[in-house]
Design a protein around this ligand. Structure first.
Ligand SMILES: [Zn+2]
Ligand SMILES: [Zn+2]
Length: 307
């Protein structure tokens, strides 16, 4: 294993341990997800992709005009690796999560009996995120989508890391990903000046965005943008937009030591998704549906602030 890959495992492990010490209610959930994350990291070095021939000048024109580099119909993932990873993830869920064991068995049986086609599920998901196929209807839908999403993630991440050098960050400034056009699932306030970074929910790419800004409706009016946070964990906040009634969780890494792992932060802040939705804001966290019973009791000491 190369140094860079090894260090990613270490970073994930370290951050998970750090959160477990601070918030014990998340220990079982983080132990479970760590296994899924490690399976994905193990797949990453084996991804093989077709060569894309995206010219630098075309990329610049797209970015300059507000178009993401890729249209989803044209994304080609490594199907073989994704299929292998899907099976590994199923085995982990079956072994490690008694509540999802039955549901994952049903999915595996259906694959064996050809009642489910992984290739169709993967292709459908890439073309149309949050894709619902009639063949998925009778299964545990949040679990099946999680498995599909996680299986494709190493390919999508490899595509994003190949293309990211073609992006002129200064020319962007949109609320959607410059590579694939998807919405962010998390944002970060980083460095001295608290520069705002968005993390793509589809390909994992990170891009710089405006500080006072709703990534979903591009609202920049301070009168309708505000945030909530909990006293005990002021490094996390929920940014709310009164215009489109959506929210995004933000982590202020100036208040933290070490490296953050966006997807780990997303899991360890599920209580904030619940709070935001109770306040009538619409979220996009697919884990909430799957794991609702596991989330810790709601903490009540919410601070409400204008941005
Ligand atoms: Zn993306
Ligand atoms: Zn908005």
């Amino acid at each position: 294993m190369e140094e860079k890959e090894k260090s990613r495992f270490e970073e994930v492990e370290k951050r998970i341990e750090q959160i477990k010490r601070a918030r014990s209610s998340y220990v079982p959930l983080l132990n479970f997800f760590k296994k899924l994350f490690f399976a994905r990291l193990n797949t990453f070095p084996h991804i093989t992709l077709d060569e894309e021939d995206l010219q630098a000048d075309l990329a610049e024109a797209k970015i300059g005009n507000g178009f993401p580099l890729l249209s989803k119909e044209k994304i080609k993932v490594d199907l073989k690796s994704a299929q292998g990873l899907f099976q590994t993830l199923c085995q982990i869920v079956e072994k490690e999560n008694s509540e999802l064991e039955g549901a994952v068995k049903e999915i595996r049986e259906a694959l064996k009996d050809n009642k489910l086609s992984l290739q169709e599920l993967f292709e459908g998901w890439v073309k149309e995120e949050k894709y619902i196929d009639p063949q998925m209807a009778s299964f545990n839908f949040p679990l099946l989508t999680l498995l599909v999403r996680y299986s494709l993630q190493p390919s999508l991440q490899a595509i994003a890391s190949r293309l990211k050098n073609l992006i002129h960050e200064e020319l962007w400034g949109k609320g959607y990903c410059p590579i694939c056009g998807s919405s962010p699932f998390l944002s970060e306030l980083r460095g001295e000046g608290g520069e705002r970074i968005f993390f793509c929910s589809f390909c994992g790419h990170e891009w710089k965005g405006r500080r006072l800004f709703c990534p979903f409706c591009e609202n920049t009016n301070p009168q309708s943008l505000r945030y909530h946070y909990l006293e005990k964990e002021s490094e996390y906040r929920i940014d709310l937009c009164d215009k489109c009634k959506r929210y995004i969780k933000t982590i202020d890494t100036r208040k933290l030591e070490g490296v953050i792992i966006p997807e780990v932060e997303d899991i360890a802040t599920l209580h904030l998704d619940i709070l935001a939705e109770e306040d009538g804001f619409q979220g996009m966290n697919p884990l909430k549906k799957l794991l609702f019973e596991h989330t810790p009791p709601q903490q009540k000491d919410v601070k409400r602030r204008k941005t």
